[in-house]
Design a protein around this ligand. Structure first.
Ligand SMILES: Nc1nc2c([nH]c(=O)n2[C@H]2C[C@H](O)[C@@H](COP(=O)(O)OP(=O)(O)OP(=O)(O)O)O2)c(=O)[nH]1
Length: 148
C-alpha cells in the first residue's frame, strides 16, 4: 500500500494499520565486539548492516524466534540472556518494534543469508550503511550503559 494510503487508512482503522511489526535481533558479544551482517540486496533495507534476527512468526515467542533465525541465518545455536535495548522505528512503509537480546554462542557466525559479516567494536559510532533503526537501537543501548 502506498505510504499516503497507509496514512489515510490509519485514520479509518487506527488500531490495525499502525501496529508495529515485532522484530528480534541478537547482540552476539565476543571480546568487546558485536557481530553485524550486511542484509541481502533483495530484502527491505537491502545492503544495510544489521544485527542478525528477524520477524516473530505467529504463535512464536521472542526467544524461540531469535533461536530459529540465528540457526537459519548464521547456522549457530545460541544462549539468550537479557534484552539490552528496544526501539520503535518508523520507516516510510512500515513500523517495526526492534528488540535486541544479549546472546552468546560457542560457534562463529557463518554467512548463510548475509553478504558480509564483521565484528564491530562495542564503542563504535561509525554508522556508515547501518539500517536506520539500528542506529536508534545502538544509541539507546549506549545511553542505558552510560546510565548504569
Ligand atoms: N533482523 C533484523 N531486521 C532489522 C534490523 N533493523 C531493521 O530495520 N530491520 C528490519 C528489516 C525488516 O523490515 C524487518 C525484519 O525483517 P527480516 O527480513 O530480517 O525478517 P525475516 O528474516 O523474518 O524476513 P522474511 O525473509 O521472512 O520476510 O526489520 C536488524 O538489525 N535486524
Amino acid at each position: 500500500m502506498p505510504f499516503q494510503s497507509v496514512r489515510f487508512a490509519e485514520r479509518i482503522f487506527p488500531f490495525t494499520t499502525t501496529m508495529a511489526i515485532e522484530v528480534v535481533c541478537a547482540f552476539i558479544f565476543k571480546d568487546d565486539h558485536i557481530w553485524m551482517g550486511r542484509r541481502p540486496d533483495h530484502k527491505h533495507m537491502g545492503g544495510k548492516w544489521e544485527f542478525p534476527g528477524g520477524k516473530i512468526d505467529d504463535g512464536e515467542d521472542a526467544e524461540t524466534a531469535l533461536k530459529r533465525e540465528l540457526i537459519e541465518e548464521l547456522g549457530i545455536e545460541i544462549s539468550i540472556r537479557e534484552v539490552v535495548a528496544e526501539v520503535t522505528h518508523e520507516y516510510p512503509n512500515k513500523i517495526i518494534h526492534l528488540r535486541a537480546f544479549r546472546v552468546s554462542s560457542k560457534e562463529d557466525p557463518k554467512l548463510i543469508e548475509h553478504t558480509e559479516g564483521q565484528w564491530i567494536p562495542i564503542n563504535t559510532s561509525d554508522y556508515l550503511d547501518w539500517a536506520s533503526a539500528d542506529i536508534d537501537l545502538w544509541q539507546t543501548f549506549h545511553r542505558a550503559r552510560r546510565a548504569q
